[in-house]
Design a protein around this ligand. Structure first.
Ligand SMILES: [Zn+2]
Length: 144
């Protein structure tokens, strides 16, 4: 099997190291797996966006990096529905469909690329879904 690049940091992943991480290298995966356990203050210190969503899409937390990426303030989005009110461009199979399937399924994580249609213009990102006791965590890393 050919070597692959880590979907998160872009470094090479050695054969045999990708079994449980879905294309993310072990070092990135260890760090990313801890995100659901962080406090909101700790989430604000991360260099990439984090959105905590209830299973029905209600926004439970929205960190500082995501505020900057999306040009929104957390107090304007927490308590609203992410798919219908906050980011309608995500109410498609390629995002919401994946989210629903992930939240209800057994996979520990899922990652894919997506393009947000922000008012200021499109932004291509790498998305990572993780489970949390209540709902799911969406991690967003800007590409390019
Ligand atoms: Zn990596």
């Amino acid at each position: 099997m050919a070597e692959v690049l880590c979907a998160w940091c872009g470094s090479w992943i050695r054969e045999g190291e990708i079994d449980h991480s879905h294309g993310i290298c072990p070092a990135c995966y260890r760090r990313l797996r801890g995100i659901p356990d962080l406090s909101e203050a700790e989430l604000d210190e991360l260099p990439f966006g984090v959105i905590v969503l209830a299973g029905d899409g209600l926004v439970l937390a929205y960190n500082r990096a995501e505020e900057e990426l999306a040009g929104r303030r957390s107090q304007d989005v927490i308590g609203r529905n992410f798919f219908t009110e906050v980011a309608p461009c995500t109410s498609v199979q390629a995002f919401q469909g994946q989210f629903t399937a992930f939240c209800q399924g057994p996979e520990p994580s899922r990652t894919f690329q997506f393009t947000f249609r922000f008012p200021a213009g499109p932004v291509k990102v790498q998305i990572l879904f993780l489970h949390k006791a209540v709902g799911c965590v969406v991690v967003v890393r800007r590409l390019g």
